[in-house]
Design a protein. Structure first.
Length: 479
């Protein structure tokens, strides 16, 4: 009578062309089971997962198979070779335990089979396990040497297709390059990563995998790649120039550096998880304090309102103010002379020095975190010093953003269709500009200060929602 058999098939990332495909493995192992008169209970598969001593990926198929053997669901395991099951000596010991304690039988298509219930069989298994482990480590070392040589030559090292390039990592996909440049510009204009991802999804722009939705963390990783400016990275270190064409061409590198400064700045939120809902939060200023203090959102008798961030001496209903400010912004951007709003890149700024200072501050912030963890400084001392450093880092990031050749109004100023782009066509404005994008444009145009209404009681019926003089607009240059 045949055994209740489990077939195990596996294929790892085969860089040397030596491995058998999963389909071929299953066909040959099933043929062996048929010859032995065994009943195939299940087929356990692990794709693109190595069984070598260096691999740290879990093998769910292999793990499930061992558990089924322990519970008695299967009494025999068949694989193409012993190396298909494992190349780790420790896992070979698990197989020996299965044979000794549960009577599990192991058989292979292209490897010698032996009885693990005998001392001789176990000795052969352990010898083969050591050889398999050594072979796997030899292959790994050859791959590592090959990858280093390719990196030093400025060539890609294989793996998944990088967004913006073909499967070989060299051929340019210009449409994807344009997406990266667009996303970089939108980040520098103040838009959140989540908002950009939603926009790309709505426009039907595919990811590198051609399936699934855009993810803020993935987009952030794409934008931060040194590959974008033609640099090769190996194990976290930049080795030198690459052979492929960069996303940001010569003269545009500062765009990438400015994006990195914004996305890596610990003092600045990158809004990965959610998009702002209210336009005036941190944008409008309190006219009572009149010292640059921003307002925050609150609830005032069931209505969304803005109030001073620090005190309760200013509370204003949000909607009429937002409507008023947005109408002003759109009207200004529609004017024929709006292109005069585009500021040229700030001259005389030492970008290299600023980036060096920013890097030094980030390193110091990490050191302070370690000192706090080790008990070398108090929490109060840590707070005081980190706040001071973050304030300096924020100022440097602002300087880098201003010096970048990207302007928050670059694609809006002078556009006759700016109103449609701003508000969108949908009632919920889901196809219009995001809150963070509108925030960036308004900041570039004007400073908005909310003034108190005074003790005048409830507005009479039919009175305008926004009282004249209750919002102060200070236009920036070239308004």
């Amino acid at each position: 009578m045949g055994h209740r058999t489990g077939i195990y098939v596996r294929i790892s990332d085969d860089r040397e062309g030596r491995e058998l495909g999963v389909t071929r493995q299953e066909e040959d192992t099933r043929a062996l089971c048929d010859r032995d008169g065994d009943v195939v209970v299940d087929v356990y598969k692990d794709n693109d997962i190595s069984a070598s001593t260096r691999s740290r990926k879990e093998r769910p198929g292999y793990k499930r198979m061992l558990e089924d053997a322990r519970t008695g669901r299967i009494t025999k395991i068949v694989a193409y070779t012993s190396g298909r099951l494992t190349r780790r000596p420790r896992e070979h010991e698990d197989q020996i335990d299965l044979a000794v304690n549960h009577g599990t039988i192991f058989k292979y298509v292209a490897s010698p089979s032996f009885d693990l219930n005998t001392a001789a069989g176990r000795r052969i298994a352990r010898t083969l396990a050591a050889n398999d482990a050594g072979e796997a480590e030899d292959i790994s070392e050859r791959i590592i040497r090959s990858q280093l040589q390719m990196a030093e030559a400025g060539l890609p090292r294989g793996g998944k297709r990088p967004y913006g390039y073909g499967p070989d990592g060299m051929a340019v996909r210009e449409d994807e390059h344009e997406v990266i440049r667009e996303a970089a510009g939108r980040v520098l204009a103040g838009e959140s990563l989540r908002s950009i991802c939603l926009s790309l999804d709505q426009r039907g722009i595919p990811t590198a995998l051609k399936s699934g939705r855009w993810d803020p963390n993935s987009l952030r990783a794409i934008l931060l790649r040194p590959r974008n400016v033609g640099l090769v990275v190996y194990q976290g270190e930049i080795l030198g120039p690459a052979k492929w064409e960069p996303v940001f061409r010569p003269g545009e590198e500062e765009i990438w550096h400015a994006v990195c400064a914004l996305l890596e700045d610990p003092s600045r939120s990158t809004t990965l998880s959610r998009e702002r809902k209210h336009l005036g939060t941190s944008l409008y200023l309190c006219g009572v304090c009149d010292d640059g203090t921003p307002v925050r959102i609150t609830n005032n008798k069931g209505e969304t309102a803005y109030r001073c961030k620090n005190f309760g001496h200013l509370v204003r209903t949000a909607k009429p103010i937002d409507d008023f400010v947005e109408r002003l912004a759109v009207a200004r951007l529609r004017r024929a002379d709006a292109v005069a709003l585009l500021k040229p890149r700030e001259a005389g700024v030492d970008l290299h020095a600023l980036r060096t200072q920013a890097t030094a501050i980030r390193v110091r912030l990490e050191e302070l975190d370690d000192e706090l963890d080790d008990g070398e400084i108090t929490k109060a001392n840590w707070t005081r010093r980190t706040e001071r450093l973050k304030e300096r880092l924020s100022k440097i990031s602002d300087q880098l953003a201003v010096a970048s050749p990207v302007n928050a109004l670059a694609d809006l100023a002078g556009d006759p269709a700016v109103a449609e782009r701003w508000y969108g066509r949908e009632e919920d404005r889901s196809d219009g500009l995001s809150v963070s994008r509108r925030d960036a444009a308004i900041r570039a145009l004007m400073t908005v200060t909310l003034l108190p209404l005074g003790r005048v009681g409830r507005l009479p019926k039919g009175a305008p929602e926004l009282r004249p003089g209750s919002v102060r607009i200070d236009w920036h240059e070239s308004h």
